[in-house]
Design a protein around this ligand. Sequence first.
Ligand SMILES: [Fe+2]
Length: 216
Amino acid sequence: MFRFPAVERHGIVWAFNGEKPLFDIPHLPYEQDELLLRHTVLDEAPVDPWLIAAQTMDVQHFLLQHGFTFGDPNDPNDEVTATGYSMGYPLRFDTPDGSRLDLRVDIHGTNIFRQTGTLDGRWFCWLTALRPVRPGVSRPYFVLGARRAGADAAADEAFLDRAAGVMAGMLADDAPVLLTLRFRPGLLTRSDRALARYLEYVRKYPRDNPARDHIT
Ligand SMILES: [Fe+2]
């Protein structure tokens, strides 16, 4: 029998595809009892997790697909930071409905998305386990969270409703592209530098099937 290393965090049981985890599950900057968390499971998507994760590093799609405008003179393509097992950058946008997003987004491994930052100045987080269901198919599991601001639980819920609305709008923008997304070598441009770096990271990422001897 093979046991995948597993840990519970943020209301999700995470399993590592290997004998020993190469990296920790992303942390949040607040204790769990300070947070209001909401969990959502999406329908299956006919794409591998790393392809969904690629959207995170696709700077241009935030402008073209989501209609955001940069709230920062710096180009995120120049602000990418990476470890051997994660990659991300800061993103500051104004949305078409006038909201301001000031975020740090990272991909951990090739199928964990972590976003923390503020929506109009108030902190929230969005974690996604881009679960591989079978080759070529994902079923994302989201955790959206806000920090409890005090006794007014209804105000916390209302803020989370608003953050959920912004995120749902982004998912709706992304869906038509995500469901048919493919990359072909040679089509990236200078403004796709972060995406190119991510694709290189995925290409070199360790692969494993520690349970292969137990699959019949
Ligand atoms: Fe997107």
